[in-house]
Design a protein. Sequence first.
Length: 72
Amino acid sequence: MASSSTSSDELATAVGQYALGEISLGKAAEEADMTRWEFEAVLEDAGFTALYGPRTKGQLADEIDVARQLDE
């Protein structure tokens, strides 16, 4: 799962930030040096359910801005 360069502290931090809604699933996986699917498996093993999409109004606004830029 986690690459040998990923410390348990880095993984724990990424899981915590994701669980608190501070970072996205993809960003948490990146910070843990894992694929999104590997990180999801870690979450499931820890009893968390992966949440998709924005969880705050700010995250929603960011996603809308990105979508609008794709349409240009």
